[in-house]
Design a protein around this ligand. Structure first.
Ligand code: NAG
Ligand code: NAG
Ligand code: NAG
Length: 199
């Protein structure tokens, strides 16, 4: 009799676990942070994510990937969400800092001209890949210096921005783990400090 009750208890627990992981698969705090990011993109207007990013399980949302065992967000893709009529965007970099396992971040084609709170990049040490193609980043201290704090970065895409050759002397050469640096569509030769042989 007792054995049977405990078997039932275990069965019920399995159902509960299944329900928990199936339907609440992302951490509530990370879900909240994603919603903050969503709201900031075209603030105070909405974005096309308003209809996609609904429900409890942010791991099932479009453009999001999670680690299947920790349920933490590992990849965020925000390509082409900034509305053109709103002009240049300065994302608040701290909004991306709370994701402890974030490895890949895509912000391409969003008219990014720089950052609010760029120092927050130094907290994103799990980041391996960042795609900033087709934005409006220039070689200013604030738009690049803090990206160079991403010491574990393996790939950095900066095609079609407004960079010049000073980007290297400023800090890009500090990214020692970098395997892939894409820079075409900038004005690298524009400044005599540009190293040769970089395509
Ligand atoms: C940037 O985001 C952080 C975290 O949400 C917030 O505390 C801070 O006030 C924001 N800063 C600005 C200037 O918007
Ligand atoms: C992009 O930045 C440059 C300066 O780096 C500026 O002259 C230009 O107007 C910006 N583009 C837009 C669309 O604001
Ligand atoms: C880049 O490295 C140099 C030499 O190690 C250091 O002095 C400088 O502060 C670094 N810059 C950044 C932005 O990390």
């Amino acid at each position: 009799m007792f054995l049977r009750i405990s078997k039932i208890a275990i069965f019920l627990m399995q159902i509960w676990c299944y329900y928990f992981y199936c339907c609440h698969g992302c951490l509530e705090e990370e879900r909240t942070h994603l919603l903050q990011i969503k709201d900031s993109i075209n603030y105070p207007h909405g974005s096309s994510l308003d209809k996609d990013w609904v429900g409890k399980n942010c791991c099932k949302w479009s453009r999001i990937r999670c680690n299947p065992s920790s349920f933490r967000v590992t990849s965020i893709n925000l390509k082409l969400l900034r509305e053109e009529r709103l002009g240049i965007w300065h994302p608040n970099a701290s909004l991306f800092a709370p994701f402890k396992e974030l490895e890949a971040l895509t912000l391409k084609e969003n008219q990014i001209g720089g950052w609010v709170v760029p120092q927050a990049f130094s907290k994103m040490q799990s980041l391996r890949h960042i795609n900033l193609d087709h934005n409006n980043l220039s070689t200013s201290i604030d738009s690049l210096r803090d990206l160079c704090e991403l010491k574990n970065l393996r790939s950095l895409y900066l095609r079609n921005n407004n960079l010049d050759g000073r980007a290297f002397s400023l800090c890009l050469s500090n990214l020692s783990m970098l395997e892939k640096l894409l820079l075409w569509g900038n004005n690298l030769g524009f400044y005599s400090g540009a190293p040769t042989g970089i395509k």
